[in-house]
Design a protein around this ligand. Structure first.
Ligand SMILES: Cc1cc2nc3c(=O)[nH]c(=O)nc-3n(C[C@H](O)[C@H](O)[C@H](O)COP(=O)(O)OP(=O)(O)OC[C@H]3O[C@@H](n4cnc5c(N)ncnc54)[C@H](O)[C@@H]3O)c2cc1C
Length: 441
């Protein structure tokens, strides 16, 4: 077995960004990835000449240092995209995130008055204990019930009063009510800013970011098809990692990006019973993706379409071509439908054909499509898509993370490992911080 000073477990964005900064520091490391590809849940897949991501991705320009890094990595291949998104509710499309001027145009006067009345009765100063309270406070009952609470319940699989405010990712900004009044009283809505529909996206899909990281790291440092099966510890240190059930490798420093629940299950000796009990109460939400490559120029002009209502099995439809024209051949398009589910749910286990008939029937309620237009249809399974952030999750996860922090040679980073709603830019930052910690102590 090759030797290394640092062993990185998992070749998703968290493992790769850590490897990227480790390489910059000339550290000696190896990445162990269970699958045949890197990128984890942030990959670009291909069917024939059609490209699409593992769910709708964009690069968020939230951390200037990281944005500079990504621009440097991708050069001209990082596009600046302008594309709106919409939400489909009761046979109408509404701009998403919600904008007052759009609602004023599309909702009837009675509903608009209710929205105004809700606003007068709500107070932003109230302490919010769960997502339901947050949504009601920011948007009022009428809007929250139509667009936010039903959608969130469908996405996360839990009632919204059981979900933490953290699921909003600090993105619930509320509505511009001054503009609302101007629109309803004076009939002159201010044009909305297009900032929410403006973002960075790589020319050939989000997977270009992991691919470029991989190129920088060097393939010789990535061990594909190396599944971590056990983590053996002794005297407060991780001593060995067992790969593919039988290959033991001695380790000095370990950077662990594997799902927190999995890490707990593969520890040897096993952690205390009370921690196991906690592990059984935290959950990840999966996504089943239904992909249709269509012999049709376009489905819609949107980057994403959202479906809050239960009558649609999917929460979001994403059309890659509206992010980059290089994602589908000319005159054709591909659409990706995201169906959130748990391991035990019917949608996770359903056959491709059964899923097709459900999804296709629902899709045709949005827009009439002809089956002759389908060039390819395929489904994909995405486990560990979202950590389910229930009310009180911080305390439970805190216990588990603290347990891992006792191992002096192990560092945790990554969305599923830290059980946080993290994005690519966060993973660049945490990868950099972990490497700095190792180098500077
Ligand atoms: C639908 C969707 C949309 C998203 N949209 C955005 C977006 O617009 N912008 C954004 O910045 N982020 C977005 N994200 C988040 C982003 O994809 C994740 O933050 C990122 O994939 C998490 O990276 P990770 O490395 O922590 O975990 P993962 O991507 O889950 O990678 C974990 C890796 O570990 C490997 N692994 C698992 N078990 C083992 C084992 N036993 N041994 C060895 N290897 C193992 C897996 O094969 C995988 O490669 C989105 C995520 C989803 C699901």
């Amino acid at each position: 077995m090759e030797t290394a000073d640092i062993h990185i477990l998992g070749g998703g964005p968290a493992g790769l960004t850590t490897g990227y900064y480790a390489k910059k520091q000339s550290l000696n490391f190896l990445i162990y990835e269970a699958g045949a590809n890197v990128g984890g849940n942030c990959r670009t897949l291909q069917l024939d000449k059609f490209l699409f991501d593992t769910g709708a991705h964009r690069f968020h320009d939230k951390d200037p240092v990281v944005t500079v890094e990504v621009k440097h990595l991708l050069g001209d291949d990082l596009l600046r995209v302008e594309a709106p998104s919409e939400i489909f509710y009761q046979d109408k499309f509404y701009r998403f995130p919600l904008i007052m001027s759009d609602l004023v145009k599309k909702l009837d006067t009675k509903t608009l008055l209710k929205i105004g009345w809700d606003k007068l009765r709500t107070s932003n100063r109230k302490q919010e204990h769960n997502f339901k309270e947050l949504a009601l406070n920011k948007y009022g009952k009428t809007l929250a019930e139509r667009f936010l609470l039903n959608y969130s319940e469908k996405l996360w699989g839990y009632p919204t009063d059981k979900l933490s405010t953290a699921i909003s990712g600090n993105r619930l900004k509320g509505l511009d009510f001054r503009n609302f009044l101007r629109s309803t009283v004076l009939g002159t809505p201010k044009s909305p800013t297009h900032l929410d529909g403006s973002f960075y996206y790589p020319k050939h899909g989000i997977g270009m970011i992991p691919d470029k990281l991989c190129e920088f790291i060097g393939n010789e440092r990535i061990k594909y098809n190396h599944k971590v099966s056990r983590l053996i510890h002794k005297n407060g240190r991780i001593e060995k990692v067992v790969l593919n059930a039988n290959v033991e490798t001695q380790v000095s420093t370990v950077i662990n990006t594997l799902p927190l629940t999995l890490s707990m299950q593969i520890l040897e000796p096993a952690p205390p019973q009370e921690l196991h009990a906690i592990v059984n109460t935290i959950k990840y939400r999966n996504l089943r993706l239904c992909v249709y490559c269509l012999n049709k120029d376009s489905f819609s002009p949107n980057a994403s379409l959202y479906f809050p209502s239960d009558e649609f099995p999917f929460t979001r439809l994403y059309e890659p071509k509206n992010r980059s024209p290089y994602m589908a051949p000319e005159g054709q398009t591909v659409i990706v439908l995201e169906i959130p589910c748990f391991n035990e749910d019917t949608f996770w286990k359903m056959s491709e054909e059964a899923l097709h008939s459900k999804v296709w029937e629902a899709l045709n309620r949005v827009k009439l499509l002809n089956t002759d237009e389908i060039i390819h249809y395929q489904t994909y399974k995405l486990p560990f898509a979202y950590p389910v952030l229930e009310v009180g999750f911080e305390e439970k996860v805190g216990h588990l993370v603290s347990y891992f922090e006792q191992f002096e040679n192990m560092y945790l980073t990554g969305r599923s490992s830290l059980f946080q709603y993290l994005h690519l830019h966060d993973l660049f930052k945490s990868g950099r911080e972990v490497v700095e910690q190792i180098v500077h102590g």
